[in-house]
Design a protein around this ligand. Sequence first.
Ligand code: 8YV
Length: 331
Amino acid sequence: ERQKPLVVITRKLPAPVELRMAELFDVRTNVDDRPMSHLDLVAAVREADVLVPTITDRIDRNIIEKAGEKLKLIANFGNGIDNIDISAAHERSIYVTNTPTVLNEDTADMTMALILAVPRRLVEGANLLQAPEPWAGWSPTWMLGRRIWGKKLGIVGMGRIGTAVARRAKAFGLEIHYHNRRRVNLQTEKELGATYWESLDQMLARADIISVNCPSTPATFHLLSARRLALIQPNAFIVNTARGDVIDEKALVDLIEAGKLAGAGLDVFETMPSSNRKLMKLAASGKVVLLPHMGSSTLEGRIDMGEKVIINVRTLMDGHRPPDRILPDRT
Ligand code: 8YV
Protein backbone atom coordinates (compact mmCIF):
# COMPACT_ATOMS: atom_id res chain seq x y z
CA GLU A 1 0.00 0.00 0.00
CA ARG A 2 1.10 3.52 -0.85
CA GLN A 3 2.22 5.62 2.07
CA LYS A 4 -0.49 7.95 3.28
CA PRO A 5 0.22 11.68 2.99
CA LEU A 6 0.81 13.63 6.20
CA VAL A 7 -2.06 16.12 6.40
CA VAL A 8 -1.88 18.76 9.13
CA ILE A 9 -5.24 20.33 10.00
CA THR A 10 -4.91 23.53 11.97
CA ARG A 11 -8.28 23.40 13.76
CA LYS A 12 -10.71 20.87 15.11
CA LEU A 13 -13.25 19.92 12.40
CA PRO A 14 -16.68 18.28 12.86
CA ALA A 15 -16.31 14.61 13.81
CA PRO A 16 -17.56 13.10 10.52
CA VAL A 17 -14.93 15.11 8.61
CA GLU A 18 -12.12 14.18 11.00
CA LEU A 19 -13.12 10.50 10.87
CA ARG A 20 -13.17 10.39 7.07
CA MET A 21 -9.84 12.19 6.82
CA ALA A 22 -8.27 9.86 9.38
CA GLU A 23 -9.32 6.88 7.24
CA LEU A 24 -7.64 8.29 4.17
CA PHE A 25 -4.64 10.25 5.42
CA ASP A 26 -2.05 10.32 8.14
CA VAL A 27 -3.77 13.16 9.93
CA ARG A 28 -2.42 15.49 12.56
CA THR A 29 -5.01 17.79 14.13
CA ASN A 30 -4.73 20.67 16.51
CA VAL A 31 -6.29 19.27 19.67
CA ASP A 32 -6.33 22.69 21.36
CA ASP A 33 -8.78 24.05 18.79
CA ARG A 34 -7.23 27.46 19.09
CA PRO A 35 -5.55 29.25 16.20
CA MET A 36 -2.12 27.67 15.70
CA SER A 37 0.83 29.71 16.88
CA HIS A 38 3.34 30.98 14.33
CA LEU A 39 5.85 28.40 15.59
CA ASP A 40 3.38 25.53 15.25
CA LEU A 41 2.48 26.65 11.73
CA VAL A 42 6.14 26.74 10.74
CA ALA A 43 6.64 23.25 12.20
CA ALA A 44 3.54 22.09 10.29
CA VAL A 45 4.67 23.34 6.88
CA ARG A 46 8.15 21.88 7.44
CA GLU A 47 6.83 18.35 7.88
CA ALA A 48 3.50 18.11 6.12
CA ASP A 49 2.60 16.99 2.59
CA VAL A 50 -0.62 18.94 2.88
CA LEU A 51 -1.63 21.79 5.18
CA VAL A 52 -5.33 22.38 5.84
CA PRO A 53 -5.67 25.88 7.31
CA THR A 54 -8.80 27.85 8.15
CA ILE A 55 -9.57 31.53 8.18
CA THR A 56 -7.90 31.89 11.58
CA ASP A 57 -4.46 31.00 10.13
CA ARG A 58 -2.48 33.64 8.28
CA ILE A 59 -0.35 31.67 5.82
CA ASP A 60 1.94 34.48 4.76
CA ARG A 61 5.13 34.53 2.69
CA ASN A 62 7.24 34.16 5.80
CA ILE A 63 5.58 30.84 6.66
CA ILE A 64 5.49 29.56 3.08
CA GLU A 65 9.21 30.24 2.65
CA LYS A 66 9.87 27.88 5.55
CA ALA A 67 7.92 25.02 3.93
CA GLY A 68 9.70 21.70 3.56
CA GLU A 69 10.27 19.92 0.23
CA LYS A 70 7.28 17.68 0.87
CA LEU A 71 4.64 20.41 1.07
CA LYS A 72 2.68 20.23 -2.18
CA LEU A 73 -0.72 21.60 -1.25
CA ILE A 74 -2.33 24.15 1.02
CA ALA A 75 -5.96 23.00 1.01
CA ASN A 76 -7.85 25.85 2.65
CA PHE A 77 -10.90 24.80 4.66
CA GLY A 78 -12.93 27.75 3.39
CA ASN A 79 -13.90 29.61 0.28
CA GLY A 80 -12.10 32.93 0.79
CA ILE A 81 -8.33 32.64 0.35
CA ASP A 82 -7.35 36.09 1.59
CA ASN A 83 -5.59 34.37 4.53
CA ILE A 84 -3.02 32.82 2.15
CA ASP A 85 -0.22 34.42 0.14
CA ILE A 86 -1.03 32.77 -3.18
CA SER A 87 1.99 34.17 -5.08
CA ALA A 88 4.41 32.96 -2.41
CA ALA A 89 2.87 29.48 -2.63
CA HIS A 90 3.03 29.41 -6.42
CA GLU A 91 6.67 30.53 -6.38
CA ARG A 92 7.37 27.40 -4.36
CA SER A 93 5.17 25.27 -6.69
CA ILE A 94 2.71 24.65 -3.89
CA TYR A 95 -0.92 24.37 -4.94
CA VAL A 96 -3.56 26.31 -3.05
CA THR A 97 -7.16 25.08 -3.12
CA ASN A 98 -10.37 26.35 -1.54
CA THR A 99 -13.86 24.91 -0.95
CA PRO A 100 -16.05 26.77 -3.42
CA THR A 101 -19.73 26.23 -4.25
CA VAL A 102 -20.74 24.10 -1.26
CA LEU A 103 -21.21 27.07 1.06
CA ASN A 104 -22.97 29.42 -1.36
CA GLU A 105 -26.51 28.59 -0.28
CA ASP A 106 -25.81 28.63 3.46
CA THR A 107 -24.03 31.97 3.20
CA ALA A 108 -26.84 33.37 1.05
CA ASP A 109 -29.38 32.17 3.65
CA MET A 110 -27.52 34.01 6.39
CA THR A 111 -27.28 37.11 4.22
CA MET A 112 -31.04 36.97 3.69
CA ALA A 113 -31.52 36.48 7.44
CA LEU A 114 -29.62 39.73 8.07
CA ILE A 115 -31.47 41.54 5.26
CA LEU A 116 -34.67 40.66 7.12
CA ALA A 117 -33.39 40.98 10.68
CA VAL A 118 -32.02 44.51 10.58
CA PRO A 119 -34.86 46.49 8.95
CA ARG A 120 -37.55 44.39 10.70
CA ARG A 121 -35.81 44.76 14.09
CA LEU A 122 -35.86 41.03 14.74
CA VAL A 123 -33.07 40.83 17.32
CA GLU A 124 -34.24 43.97 19.09
CA GLY A 125 -37.74 42.49 19.38
CA ALA A 126 -36.50 39.11 20.58
CA ASN A 127 -34.29 40.80 23.17
CA LEU A 128 -37.22 42.83 24.52
CA LEU A 129 -38.89 39.67 25.78
CA GLN A 130 -35.72 38.64 27.56
CA ALA A 131 -35.34 41.98 29.34
CA PRO A 132 -35.89 42.02 33.11
CA GLU A 133 -38.87 44.42 32.84
CA PRO A 134 -42.12 42.77 31.69
CA TRP A 135 -43.46 43.44 28.20
CA ALA A 136 -45.64 46.53 28.45
CA GLY A 137 -47.95 45.44 25.62
CA TRP A 138 -48.63 46.09 21.98
CA SER A 139 -49.29 49.41 20.31
CA PRO A 140 -49.82 50.27 16.65
CA THR A 141 -46.88 52.65 16.69
CA TRP A 142 -44.61 50.24 18.47
CA MET A 143 -41.48 48.52 17.05
CA LEU A 144 -42.03 49.77 13.54
CA GLY A 145 -39.36 48.53 11.19
CA ARG A 146 -38.90 49.21 7.52
CA ARG A 147 -40.56 47.27 4.72
CA ILE A 148 -38.37 44.91 2.69
CA TRP A 149 -40.39 44.06 -0.39
CA GLY A 150 -40.43 46.50 -3.25
CA LYS A 151 -37.13 47.97 -2.11
CA LYS A 152 -33.91 48.09 -4.12
CA LEU A 153 -31.19 45.64 -3.13
CA GLY A 154 -27.69 46.57 -4.34
CA ILE A 155 -25.39 43.55 -4.43
CA VAL A 156 -21.67 44.32 -4.40
CA GLY A 157 -20.02 41.29 -6.02
CA MET A 158 -22.26 39.10 -8.16
CA GLY A 159 -20.33 35.86 -7.98
CA ARG A 160 -21.69 32.53 -6.82
CA ILE A 161 -22.81 33.80 -3.40
CA GLY A 162 -24.08 37.14 -4.71
CA THR A 163 -26.20 35.31 -7.27
CA ALA A 164 -27.61 32.98 -4.60
CA VAL A 165 -28.54 36.07 -2.55
CA ALA A 166 -30.20 37.64 -5.59
CA ARG A 167 -32.37 34.53 -6.15
CA ARG A 168 -33.63 34.63 -2.60
CA ALA A 169 -34.11 38.39 -2.53
CA LYS A 170 -36.12 38.26 -5.76
CA ALA A 171 -38.50 35.77 -4.13
CA PHE A 172 -38.91 38.26 -1.25
CA GLY A 173 -40.00 40.91 -3.73
CA LEU A 174 -36.82 42.98 -3.72
CA GLU A 175 -35.64 44.68 -6.89
CA ILE A 176 -32.19 43.36 -7.79
CA HIS A 177 -29.32 45.69 -8.65
CA TYR A 178 -25.68 44.66 -8.78
CA HIS A 179 -22.17 45.88 -9.29
CA ASN A 180 -19.47 43.48 -10.43
CA ARG A 181 -16.21 43.68 -12.32
CA ARG A 182 -18.09 42.32 -15.29
CA ARG A 183 -21.69 41.74 -16.19
CA VAL A 184 -23.11 38.29 -15.46
CA ASN A 185 -24.58 36.41 -18.42
CA LEU A 186 -27.73 37.87 -19.84
CA GLN A 187 -29.80 34.77 -19.12
CA THR A 188 -29.05 35.07 -15.37
CA GLU A 189 -29.65 38.81 -15.47
CA LYS A 190 -33.02 38.22 -17.11
CA GLU A 191 -34.04 35.47 -14.70
CA LEU A 192 -33.31 37.74 -11.75
CA GLY A 193 -34.64 40.86 -13.40
CA ALA A 194 -31.32 42.32 -12.30
CA THR A 195 -29.92 45.72 -13.26
CA TYR A 196 -26.18 45.99 -13.76
CA TRP A 197 -24.38 49.09 -12.51
CA GLU A 198 -20.93 49.62 -13.91
CA SER A 199 -20.60 52.51 -11.47
CA LEU A 200 -20.62 51.35 -7.86
CA ASP A 201 -21.14 54.95 -6.76
CA GLN A 202 -24.35 55.25 -8.74
CA MET A 203 -25.72 51.97 -7.42
CA LEU A 204 -24.92 52.89 -3.81
CA ALA A 205 -26.74 56.20 -4.16
CA ARG A 206 -29.93 54.41 -5.23
CA ALA A 207 -30.05 51.25 -3.09
CA ASP A 208 -32.23 50.77 -0.01
CA ILE A 209 -30.30 47.73 1.15
CA ILE A 210 -26.71 46.93 0.22
CA SER A 211 -25.25 43.44 0.45
CA VAL A 212 -21.50 42.88 0.29
CA ASN A 213 -20.66 39.58 -1.41
CA CYS A 214 -17.24 40.09 -2.97
CA PRO A 215 -13.94 38.56 -1.86
CA SER A 216 -11.28 40.45 0.06
CA THR A 217 -8.47 41.32 -2.35
CA PRO A 218 -6.14 44.33 -2.62
CA ALA A 219 -8.68 45.75 -5.11
CA THR A 220 -11.64 45.44 -2.73
CA PHE A 221 -9.92 46.77 0.42
CA HIS A 222 -12.23 49.54 1.71
CA LEU A 223 -14.19 49.37 -1.53
CA LEU A 224 -16.94 50.87 0.59
CA SER A 225 -14.75 53.78 1.64
CA ALA A 226 -15.84 56.78 3.71
CA ARG A 227 -16.48 58.67 0.47
CA ARG A 228 -18.65 55.91 -1.00
CA LEU A 229 -20.52 55.20 2.24
CA ALA A 230 -21.49 58.86 2.32
CA LEU A 231 -23.27 58.42 -1.05
CA ILE A 232 -25.73 55.93 0.47
CA GLN A 233 -29.22 57.17 1.40
CA PRO A 234 -29.71 57.86 5.12
CA ASN A 235 -32.57 55.35 5.40
CA ALA A 236 -30.58 52.52 3.80
CA PHE A 237 -29.09 49.40 5.45
CA ILE A 238 -25.86 47.52 4.78
CA VAL A 239 -25.29 43.80 5.20
CA ASN A 240 -21.85 42.16 5.05
CA THR A 241 -21.33 38.39 5.07
CA ALA A 242 -18.13 38.57 2.98
CA ARG A 243 -15.06 40.11 4.59
CA GLY A 244 -14.82 43.00 7.05
CA ASP A 245 -12.09 44.92 5.26
CA VAL A 246 -14.28 45.53 2.20
CA ILE A 247 -15.99 48.24 4.32
CA ASP A 248 -14.24 51.08 6.12
CA GLU A 249 -15.68 50.01 9.48
CA LYS A 250 -14.85 53.24 11.29
CA ALA A 251 -16.60 55.33 8.63
CA LEU A 252 -19.59 52.97 8.78
CA VAL A 253 -19.87 53.36 12.56
CA ASP A 254 -19.56 57.16 12.31
CA LEU A 255 -22.39 57.35 9.75
CA ILE A 256 -24.75 55.15 11.78
CA GLU A 257 -23.97 57.08 14.96
CA ALA A 258 -24.66 60.34 13.16
CA GLY A 259 -28.02 59.02 11.87
CA LYS A 260 -26.79 59.23 8.27
CA LEU A 261 -27.27 55.49 7.70
CA ALA A 262 -30.14 53.44 9.14
CA GLY A 263 -28.25 50.33 10.22
CA ALA A 264 -26.09 47.35 9.41
CA GLY A 265 -26.00 43.57 9.69
CA LEU A 266 -22.43 42.35 9.99
CA ASP A 267 -21.15 38.78 10.08
CA VAL A 268 -17.54 39.88 9.50
CA PHE A 269 -15.31 42.64 10.86
CA GLU A 270 -12.09 44.45 10.04
CA THR A 271 -10.34 42.67 12.88
CA MET A 272 -11.49 39.23 13.96
CA PRO A 273 -12.50 38.43 16.61
CA SER A 274 -13.99 41.91 16.76
CA SER A 275 -13.76 44.09 19.82
CA ASN A 276 -15.24 47.22 18.24
CA ARG A 277 -16.96 48.74 21.28
CA LYS A 278 -18.77 51.34 19.18
CA LEU A 279 -20.33 48.63 17.01
CA MET A 280 -21.37 46.69 20.09
CA LYS A 281 -23.00 49.81 21.50
CA LEU A 282 -24.91 50.28 18.25
CA ALA A 283 -25.98 46.63 18.46
CA ALA A 284 -27.37 47.27 21.94
CA SER A 285 -29.35 50.20 20.50
CA GLY A 286 -30.84 47.89 17.86
CA LYS A 287 -29.46 49.69 14.80
CA VAL A 288 -26.92 47.00 14.14
CA VAL A 289 -27.04 43.20 14.22
CA LEU A 290 -23.70 41.50 14.76
CA LEU A 291 -22.93 37.83 14.18
CA PRO A 292 -19.67 35.99 14.93
CA HIS A 293 -18.87 34.93 11.34
CA MET A 294 -21.62 32.30 11.05
CA GLY A 295 -22.40 32.66 7.34
CA SER A 296 -21.40 29.14 6.36
CA SER A 297 -21.75 27.57 9.80
CA THR A 298 -24.00 24.58 9.23
CA LEU A 299 -23.05 21.01 10.04
CA GLU A 300 -23.94 19.93 6.50
CA GLY A 301 -21.88 22.75 5.04
CA ARG A 302 -18.83 21.88 7.11
CA ILE A 303 -19.12 18.21 6.04
CA ASP A 304 -19.35 19.30 2.38
CA MET A 305 -16.32 21.56 2.85
CA GLY A 306 -14.40 18.62 4.34
CA GLU A 307 -15.37 16.52 1.33
CA LYS A 308 -14.01 19.24 -0.97
CA VAL A 309 -10.70 19.25 0.90
CA ILE A 310 -10.54 15.44 0.66
CA ILE A 311 -11.19 15.46 -3.10
CA ASN A 312 -8.43 18.01 -3.64
CA VAL A 313 -5.91 16.05 -1.57
CA ARG A 314 -6.80 12.71 -3.16
CA THR A 315 -6.67 14.08 -6.69
CA LEU A 316 -3.19 15.41 -6.04
CA MET A 317 -2.09 12.11 -4.50
CA ASP A 318 -3.33 10.37 -7.64
CA GLY A 319 -0.95 12.53 -9.64
CA HIS A 320 -3.42 15.05 -11.04
CA ARG A 321 -3.93 18.75 -10.47
CA PRO A 322 -6.43 19.42 -7.66
CA PRO A 323 -9.78 20.60 -9.07
CA ASP A 324 -10.21 23.64 -6.82
CA ARG A 325 -6.71 25.02 -7.34
CA ILE A 326 -6.43 28.80 -7.34
CA LEU A 327 -4.88 29.98 -10.59
CA PRO A 328 -1.76 32.19 -10.41
CA ASP A 329 -3.37 35.07 -12.30
CA ARG A 330 -6.27 35.30 -9.86
CA THR A 331 -6.61 38.81 -8.51
C1 8YV B 1 -15.57 29.76 6.82
C2 8YV B 1 -15.57 31.73 5.15
O1 8YV B 1 -16.21 29.64 8.06
O2 8YV B 1 -15.29 30.08 3.52
C3 8YV B 1 -15.10 31.24 3.85
O3 8YV B 1 -14.50 32.05 3.10
O4 8YV B 1 -15.43 32.84 5.45
C4 8YV B 1 -16.29 30.85 6.10
O5 8YV B 1 -17.33 30.26 5.37
C5 8YV B 1 -14.13 29.92 7.06
O6 8YV B 1 -13.45 30.42 5.99
C6 8YV B 1 -13.51 28.60 7.41
O7 8YV B 1 -12.12 28.65 7.30
